[in-house]
Design a protein. Structure first.
Length: 434
């Protein structure tokens, strides 16, 4: 047995303990502690606001799971997947949606400390899109801003992200806060992903929309790094959810739809592009490479065309120069990961970090060419580990970007669940008999 097999076996044992409730209890308990510490110590006021509400939500979810554990022998259905879904929904509503709406309402009432900078950037991009046909300011316009406002003048996203700012261009109200629309798209994409997996049924196998899918959804919703991000900033969550949808559609044998879903994600943010690339290699093993590529590459390119025609220099300044560190200001994304430490501590460190990043990318590319993934689960694992390596080695990055590899790696078993043999008993009954 390889180390990977042993790790997978250990994870399955931990994940299934007490019908999954043991890990649920640990998740909500640790998350409650994290939220409480954030509320008390964070230097970012939106984060403190999130923590003060989310701590209570996680604590209530932990108490509900504790009740499930106590009652599961007399009432096995309380330990079943349906009940766990209900608690997960409550946890997401109380730890992500409630803080989000609260901050949006307070912001609409005049508080300026109830949103991270990316919320303002996306909304300004939406206003510019509505007024000028491009979400980007050109180099000269950015240079004309006061020095302390130039960072917010950049929109380091793909053009599609500005659509979330269009409601604010129409009117100034709590429901036009871009985070409201981030949350809506996230919820719809995850619901479609779960629906796609429910429809994936193979002869003699179980429906892959049970505990493993639930765990994957938890990783994209109630995990603190995701709930905090959605409530205070939010732009990464619809990108992540659309990537998970694309991989679910791949598992369901719908390559064209998978390409379209990841293409929409790629039209929002660059983080989806590696996922698109790996999906294309997966599709080549099924003679569907062109169908996936049409959506995965075509939609992001199509989204770039209007901005390119309106102001090419503005597009290049925002989506190329600034992310690569050649803008008029430096990105504040400086989490202490290896790439950042190498870039700042060693002579010529940025070159060294960039070389390491290119080397890892090249190794991944060679593996994809020689051994392309043949299952959606293998594709998801490749995306997860690849993004993890990239985030750790990038000279400028954020701790919050870890939500991508974490969610992808937990999502992978859900895409392979249909291979498990059907059990004659439901999980609660099987555990009780044992």
């Amino acid at each position: 047995m390889t180390a990977a097999d042993r790790a997978a076996r250990t994870w399955r044992a931990v994940d299934s303990a007490a019908c999954g409730l043991a890990l649920d209890l640990g998740l909500y308990t640790v998350s409650a502690a994290f939220a409480a510490i954030t509320a008390a110590t964070s230097t970012l006021l939106p984060h403190r606001g999130w923590g003060s509400i989310a701590a209570a939500g996680y604590l209530l979810a932990a108490l509900l799971v504790g009740g499930q554990l106590l009652a599961r022998r007399r009432h096995p259905t309380l330990a079943g997947t349906t009940a766990r879904w209900a608690v997960t929904g409550f946890a997401w509503a109380s730890t992500a949606l409630l803080p989000l709406v609260t901050q949006a309402v307070q912001r609409a009432a005049g508080r300026t400390d109830r949103a991270q900078e990316e919320v303002v950037v996306v909304e300004h991009a939406g206003i510019r899109l509505a007024e000028h046909g491009t979400p980007y300011l050109g180099p000269d316009a950015i240079a004309a801003l006061p020095a302390d406002e130039r960072l917010l003048g950049y929109t380091p996203y793909q053009p599609g992200m500005a659509l979330f700012g269009l409601p604010r261009a129409a009117t100034d109200a709590w429901w036009t806060d871009s985070r409201i629309w981030f949350a809506l798209v996230t919820a719809v994409a995850l619901a479609l992903a779960v629906g796609a997996l429910r429809g994936t049924v193979r002869p003699g196998t179980a429906r892959p929309a049970g505990p493993t899918v639930l765990r994957g959804v938890q990783a994209a919703t109630v995990l603190p790094i995701c709930a905090l991000t959605l409530a205070t900033g939010g732009d990464d969550l619809p990108v992540l959810a659309l990537c998970l949808l694309a991989l679910a559609l791949a598992a369901a044998g719908r390559p064209g739809a998978a390409g379209a879903a990841v293409g929409v994600a790629g039209a929002l943010k660059l983080f989806a592009w590696p996922v698109a690339l790996v999906l294309i290699f997966w599709a080549t093993t099924r003679r569907a490479g062109l169908r996936v590529a049409a959506g995965a590459l075509g939609l992001p390119v199509l989204a770039l065309v209007p901005a390119l025609l309106v102001d090419r220099d503005a597009l290049v300044e925002n989506v190329l120069r600034f992310p690569l560190g050649h803008g008029q200001v430096t990105s504040p994304a400086q989490s202490p990961f290896p790439g950042h430490l190498i870039a700042t501590a060693l002579p010529g460190g940025r070159v060294v970090a960039a070389a390491l990043l290119v080397a890892v990318g090249g190794a991944i590319a060679v593996r994809l060419v020689r051994r392309p993934p043949r299952t959606a689960a293998a594709t998801t694992l490749g995306c997860g580990y690849g993004l993890l390596a990239a985030i750790l080695l990038m000279p400028s990055t954020r701790f919050g970007y870890l939500l991508y590899p974490l969610a992808l790696l937990v999502w992978a078993p859900a895409l392979d669940a249909g291979r498990a043999p059907v059990s004659a008993e439901s999980p609660p009954e099987a555990v009780l008999r044992a």
